[in-house]
Design a protein around this ligand. Sequence first.
Ligand code: LRH
Ligand code: MN
Ligand code: MN
Length: 389
Amino acid sequence: MATDIARIKAALLTQHIETPSWAYGNSGTRFKVFARPGVPRTPQEKIADAAQVHRYTGIAPSVALHIPWDRVDDYGALAAYAAGHGLRIGAINANVFQDDDYMLGSVTNPDPAVRRKALDHLLECVDIMDATGSRDLKLWFADGTNYPGQDDVRARQDRLAEALAAVYGRLGGDQRMLLEYKLFEPAFYTTDVPDWGTAYAHCLKLGPKAQVVVDTGHHAPGTNIEFIVALLLREGRLGGFDFNSRFYADDDLMVGAADPFQLFRIMHEVVRGGGLDPAAGVAFMLDQCHNVEPKIPGQIRSVLNVQQATVKALLVDADALRAAQQSGDVLGANAVLMDAYDTDVRPLLADLRAEMGLDPDPMAAYAASGYAEKIETERVGGAQAGWGA
Ligand code: LRH
Ligand code: MN
Ligand code: MN
């Protein structure tokens, strides 16, 4: 048992959770964006806030950027700034969904001039990756149609494939393309990358540097996300996660808040499929907004939620589970999983944090640090997360 705990702790230390720069800015819904005191005004201030999350959790050493929300003149200097705060720049998220030009789509737009503009932006994002040392380009397309007959669904797939191939050809040796799917929104009739199967089909044609990213909020209610995770991992195409929680649609609530059991089931498949091994290349990223709660504590809580689900998944007795499964012991097998899920892992995690030289209670430690009060006095006129900016 003691060696088991040591093994579990060692595995936990290899897991890094990336926070998104946009989580630190003001956000809301299309009805209202709430301005909170102290939110960052610049990409540098977002990085400084992300550094706080790493400081108290010890497992969030990178921050994702969204371009142009995080546009700067010198991305090398921004990476150096991050390094000065003990962070790396993580995934570069492209944004081809906010300009008026993209009303009828970006890379799938019927107008070749708009397609060219979108492709140029994607290629610029790879230039940024070169400057920041980022491995991953995350692509999400708002492209789709609202009405039957609005555009040729097959032609749009051809245009998408052409753009993806051009970007793929531009990737450096260690760089990857993560293709994100989403069931619907903003398009309501057809979406050009609506599901894992479409993303997977494109990635398969492109090659091994093209991987699927699973945003947990982008599925129909009742979808068995852990099955998708198991399948993609088995096929060597799970590039990573955009973690968040949903009740209804793309709610972007804190991961593990709505359904911690689902998060555990997902992490069980990650562990089962070897996805926790850094060599598997699964990027654990958050994609969330904090509309009614403070942002830095919201990110700390989210990172801890992923870690808690991970440790429970690591506690699953794999031998007992296999034995029960092979003997057809349905209830026994289910009980093995539930035993792990029902374990109170808080003492184990508190121990681990003490061993890492961290406060065992990251939420309390951040609250006591005075950082929130400091940024509230120092920063005036914080920026919006991106939407409508
Ligand atoms: C789209 C999405 C995608 C975007 C992010 C801001 O819904 O999940 O990842 O880049 O939100
Ligand atoms: Mn996402
Ligand atoms: Mn989303």
